[in-house]
Ligand binder design. Sequence first.
Ligand SMILES: C[S@@+](CC[C@H](N)C(=O)[O-])C[C@H]1O[C@@H](n2cnc3c(N)ncnc32)[C@H](O)[C@@H]1O
Length: 229
Amino acid sequence: MTTRRIGSWEVLISRRPLSTTDLASRYDAASGKWARTERRFRLNTAYCEPLLTSQVVIDLMQVAPQARVLDCGVGNGSLSIALSSLMKGPVDFHAIDTSTEMLAQAKSVMQHAGLDPHLQQADVLSLPYKDQSFDVVMAAHVLEHLPDPQRALAEMVRVLKPGGTVFLCVTRPSLFGALIQLLWRTWAITEQEGIAWLHASQLVDVGYQPVRLGSAGLASTAFWARRSR
Ligand SMILES: C[S@@+](CC[C@H](N)C(=O)[O-])C[C@H]1O[C@@H](n2cnc3c(N)ncnc32)[C@H](O)[C@@H]1O
């Protein structure tokens, strides 16, 4: 919320995010274009570097072949596909999305990449899983869509096992971020904000790294942190 004082007036400007239903409809309509967007920003490869830096891969290898991963707001599966390309052993991939069209696309793209994901239509704010059921819970370019990203993060932490890792990638403030904000009513999240969310969720070993999205440059930031044992 921004407050401006003009003479005897005080003007409050607050962001009006899309509702969950409106956002799902917009992604249903945009699903056809998403494969092009993903190629343009080279998401499959962009996510690899921070996944390696965060040590998610090493952690998962230690629990393989029982490693369980949840991808929230899966889109067409770029983040899971990037993670799977870095893993030697099998991973039990679960993924949710509110958009039925994106889920249909995720199924076909992920299967084509050799994954056999368990997909469900669900909201990241209300995950249909038991407490402490995943080794890694991740979300790329999802939290910036939500009116209260910290509520989503709390729900992601609920389903994370002790010692497990949360991995996030979000749009950072930039010219590109401002364009995305205008088109999709998203937030652009600073490094300080992302780190504060993770600390507020009682997570430890917090880390972050800027992420290059093809021609858009360093347009996003990846954040990660671990749940205490
Ligand atoms: C920008 S796309 C990112 C897709 C994918 N994670 C990637 O990085 O390629 C955002 C995705 O989040 C989904 N989404 C938006 N709000 C959601 C919510 N509340 N719960 C679950 N998924 C959501 C959208 O339908 C869309 O598929």
